[in-house]
Design a protein around this ligand. Structure first.
Ligand code: GUN
Ligand code: FE
Length: 428
């Protein structure tokens, strides 16, 4: 037996991203890790590791766990419903009434359990999650995610204007509840569940609230998530609400809630102009590309090829319930398909996204928001998913890359055979 007893390995068909457009494949390889840290991937187990515990997954494919950079847990209940609207009507008609129900902890428990159970079964290991304005049910959701063994960032949402009475906080209340939520969460000492500051979007938050949220961000040193440049009506509204801002992202930046000194992820960025794109790049803002949501709400198609060329951090988001599913294979296939339509119909200079690129965004691209996550390079955190594609029958032999591509188009949680988050196997 090897002396370093925390050392272990998974054996199988190993795939991860070498760069944004190149896969690294090690057939019948060994993924060696010690506790929560990857040591490396090897075609033959090096001598120094002889005798360590090896879990042999045979012909199954082992990939880094998928990262969902943007998802709304309380919207899980109405996914697949009410899609024939654009963003602002959809929020009023579907989203706000449902989110108001999470004031009731009994309802929250029932509905959040469905979300957490299904996220656990999926190929997702990490996620940035919006809850609602309600502190109690947000903490309940965090308790459930921690118990499920997933690694997440979860936000109590802030909203103090332009929302119905039943889903709006007073400014002071929003500030105090946020502080009280953070204090309670600190005491919980979760292993894998972190708070993230979550102003819903500029139309929902007064200037006064945004200033105070910045103070909270500085005091508690937490990351930030919100929405940006998703829909034309929304962008015009932000210009009216913040006439002094140069562009939508500048409205966040004026309050210090747009990257720079705080890790920040913005969902969508479908219609960002050149100034906004430059600022996101300068400030190190992450973009959560949510192609299914952008299709369902007729928002448009974000210029992801440009973002990748500029070296901006890009990951993928399911954006449930504007996106219909937590299944990140679906987000990957939509990302490819939407980019093809954009290329043909809107801008011939920005070519389609490829399979290796969307795989990169779903793993290493989004994973970077969590630190060294989303790759099997040495030093990365040990998040891995073992995929079994035997259900997806085929009359010929296929190579590993072909099998992965097919899964992007055909797979769901049924292909998830085993899952490891931060070095620990997630129990069935
Ligand atoms: N903008 C503000 N709130 C939301 C939301 O819940 N979903 C989406 N897609 N966009 C938003
Ligand atoms: Fe969203």
């Amino acid at each position: 037996m090897n002396e370093k007893t925390d050392l272990r390995a998974l054996r199988g068909q190993i795939v991860y991203s070498e760069s944004s457009n190149k896969l690294k494949i090690c057939e019948n390889g060994y993924l060696v890790y010690e506790a929560n840290k990857i040591e490396g991937v090897y075609p033959i187990l090096p001598e120094e590791y002889e005798g360590i515990l090896v879990e042999d997954y045979g012909d199954r494919i082992i990939v880094p766990g998928f990262v969902d950079l943007h998802v709304h847990a309380p919207q899980y209940a109405f996914r697949g419903l009410g899609m024939d609207m654009e963003l602002l009507d959809w929020l009023e008609t579907n989203t706000f009434p449902e989110e108001s129900k999470y004031k009731d902890i009994i309802y929250a428990k029932k509905a959040y359990q469905m979300f957490v159970d299904n996220l656990k079964k999926s190929a997702t290991t990490r996620a940035c999650i919006f809850a609602t304005i309600h502190k109690e049910s947000t903490i309940l959701l965090m308790d459930m995610l921690e118990k499920a063994g997933l690694a997440t960032m979860v936000g109590k949402v802030n909203m103090d204007r332009n929302s119905p009475d039943y889903l709006r906080e007073e400014t002071e209340e929003s500030v105090n509840e946020t502080i009280s939520w953070l204090e309670e969460v600190q005491k919980k000492q979760y292993q894998h569940t972190r708070p993230i500051l979550t102003p819903r979007f500029i139309p929902s938050c007064t200037d006064e609230l945004m200033h105070k949220l910045k103070d909270i961000q500085v005091k508690y040193q937490i990351p930030v998530q919100s929405h940006l440049s998703e829909n034309y009506g929304e962008i015009a509204w932000v210009q009216e609400l913040c006439p002094e801002s140069e562009f939508y992202g500048d409205a966040y930046d004026q309050f210090g809630l747009f990257g720079r000194d705080s890790k920040t992820v913005m969902a969508h960025c479908v219609h960002s102009d050149e100034n906004e794109i430059r600022r996101m790049k300068e400030n190190g803002v992450f973009i959560a590309h949510c192609p299914e949501s952008n299709t369902n709400l007729s928002s448009g198609v974000a210029p992801i090829r440009q973002y990748l060329q500029e070296g901006i951090h890009v990951g993928l988001g399911s954006d449930v319930a504007a996106g219909s599913t937590e299944n990140m294979f679906v987000a990957m296939r939509y990302a490819v398909q939407a980019s093809k339509l954009r290329w043909r119909l809107k801008d011939e200079k920005l070519t389609q996204l490829t399979m290796p690129e969307v795989f990169y965004m779903a793993t290493k691209g989004g994973g970077e928001f969590f630190g060294k996550v989303g790759s099997f390079e040495a030093g990365y955190e040990m998040d891995a998913v073992v995929l079994d594609d035997k259900r997806l029958i085929h009359p010929q032999e296929m190579n590993v890359e072909q099998r992965l591509e097919r899964m992007i188009y055909l797979a769901d949680e049924r292909e998830v055979y085993a899952k490891y988050v931060a070095g620990e196997k997630v129990a069935d």
